[in-house]
Design a protein around this ligand. Structure first.
Ligand SMILES: Cc1cc2nc3c(=O)[nH]c(=O)nc-3n(C[C@H](O)[C@H](O)[C@H](O)COP(=O)(O)OP(=O)(O)OC[C@H]3O[C@@H](n4cnc5c(N)ncnc54)[C@H](O)[C@@H]3O)c2cc1C
Length: 445
């Protein structure tokens, strides 16, 4: 199979995240020999497992999930745990231009339902993954960015009926949001932090208990149409299913299916977690808020305090999975952490890792049938914000497959276009990152 990055990015042994040490992980046996199912799902992340749960339990469908590594091995088990609004890279103005004002409102409605969907799942399945209060803080990385936030708040209120609460630079300290790189904030009331691995492991257990068969160490190396559906080939066996959902997101091989090829752009995001900080250390920095937080840079930083006192800090970027490049990415991550939180320079990194998120050629996710391939469906492209969106996206994909009513906004049922020069995606990404870094400006000194 042809992968987008070097083989190391897809090695089941790479990398261990902080979360992997916080929850018992399931090790599931591979598919062996010939098997059949009504529906096959490729990928055991939030999208694939939500789909499997809805199909098996909600519709009594015989469903088999094939996972290259183990449940939650992909982005779903190694993200920042921000269960929040998001999922598309396209801003509201672009969505309005494509799908009208109602289209933008429908998309926001989907994002809100996605957060509620995860909250409901945790509650219903007894998954103890929540880690903090509701809401999030968007921190302005420059005075100009704060000005843009203020202007944007009015547009937000006009379009979506509610606006974030604005906090000027001088009031950040009293909200526990102070730092040398922050110049104001917008507080939103939606979303909540969670332990992503606890969520995905609980989800896999629920899907299994609901009747889904989940196979670990079963990468689908070939997907071909056959009489009565599709044959999925893995190193140890093959499975024939009438319908298939492709839910491999940033980890799906480039050549798994011709229509998908060139329509996605897997991108790295990296995270470090520090040793626990004392109350004095937190106070010394002035950043004590328990809210999920991120900044307004194009190459955004995202960060939050964990319930055990550790601090999680992540950022987008990285162009290669080669060990040297990975080491450089993690060194850059640490440098940015120390620049934004200088009082914590002595709080060493306990764990650092990276993973792949997925962009599309249309800057929006896609949930729907694969054009020209009857029985084949796909759900992907959460643009680095899939904790909520991929979860509801997977559940909605299942309803679509089962022929049940769905409620999907036009933005994400429109098949994404192919990137103009697919072979040049990595070059284009390098140029985009360089441009973003220039526009974001220097780090605080
Ligand atoms: C470091 C990082 C931080 C992030 N932080 C956040 C955050 O805080 N909040 C947020 O909302 N989002 C965040 N994201 C994004 C979020 O994690 C993803 O959008 C979401 O997990 C995607 O879920 P998924 O099920 O679509 O894909 P994944 O979880 O990536 O699962 C895909 C699975 O498919 C499997 N697979 C692929 N190809 C095959 C094949 N051929 N055969 C069998 N199996 C296959 C892979 O092994 C993988 O396990 C982050 C991502 C990263 C990498």
């Amino acid at each position: 199979m042809r992968q987008f990055y070097e083989a190391a990015a897809y090695d089941p042994a790479w990398p261990a995240s902080h979360w992997a040490g916080t929850v018992p992980l399931q090790t599931l046996a591979p598919l062996q020999g010939a098997a059949r199912a009504e529906v096959a799902v490729i990928g055991a992340g939030y999208a694939g497992l939500n789909a499997a749960l809805v199909l098996a339990r909600g519709h009594g469908v015989d469903v088999a999930v094939l996972e290259a590594a183990q449940p939650g091995w992909g982005a779903s088990g190694r993200n920042g745990g921000f269960c929040c609004l998001g999922g598309a890279k396209l801003a509201d103005a672009g969505i309005v231009a494509r799908h009208g004002v109602q289209g933008a409102r429908d998309w926001r409605g989907f994002q809100r339902r996605a957060i509620d969907h995860v909250a409901g799942l945790l509650e219903a399945e007894g998954i103890d993954a929540r880690q903090g209060p509701e809401g999030e803080a968007l921190l302005a990385h420059s005075p100009a960015a704060y000005g843009a936030m203020r202007a944007g708040a009015e547009a937000e209120a006009a379009l979506h009926g509610s606006a974030p609460r604005l906090i000027p630079a001088g009031a950040l300290a009293e909200h526990g949001l102070a730092g040398p790189g922050f110049f104001g904030a917008a507080l939103g009331g939606e979303g909540f932090p969670l332990n992503p691995m606890r969520y995905v492991q609980g989800l896999a257990r629920a899907a299994g208990a609901g009747g889904a068969r989940i196979y670990g160490r079963s990468p689908v190396t070939r997907l071909e149409p056959v009489q009565g559906g599709w044959r999925l080939t893995t190193p140890g066996g093959s499975l024939i299913a009438a319908k298939v959902l492709i839910a491999g997101n940033g980890y799906a091989p480039e050549d798994l299916q011709p229509w998908l090829s060139g329509r996605t752009l897997p991108v790295f995001s990296a995270i470090l977690v520090t040793r626990p900080l004392s109350a004095e250390e937190r106070a010394a920095q002035g950043f004590t808020s328990p809210l999920m937080a991120y900044d307004s840079r194009h190459l955004l930083h995202y960060f939050r305090h964990l319930p055990d006192g550790r601090f999680l800090f992540g950022m987008r970027g990285g162009l290669s999975a080669r060990p040297k490049a990975e080491a450089e990415t993690l060194a850059r991550l640490r440098k940015h952490f120390e620049a934004l939180f200088p009082a914590w320079k002595r709080a060493q990194t306990e764990t650092a890792w990276s993973g792949l998120a997925c962009l599309t050629g249309s800057l929006a996710p896609y949930i729907g049938p694969v054009p020209g391939a009857p029985g084949l469906f796909a759900a992907f492209g959460w643009h680095g914000n899939g904790v909520a969106a991929a979860s509801l996206g997977g559940a909605e994909a299942a309803r679509l497959i089962a022929g049940a009513p769905t409620s999907l906004p036009a933005l994400i049922t429109t098949p994404p276009r192919r990137f103009p020069f697919p072979r040049l995606r990595r070059l284009a990404l390098r140029a985009a990152y360089a441009g973003y870094a220039l526009r974001d400006g220097p780090l605080p000194r």
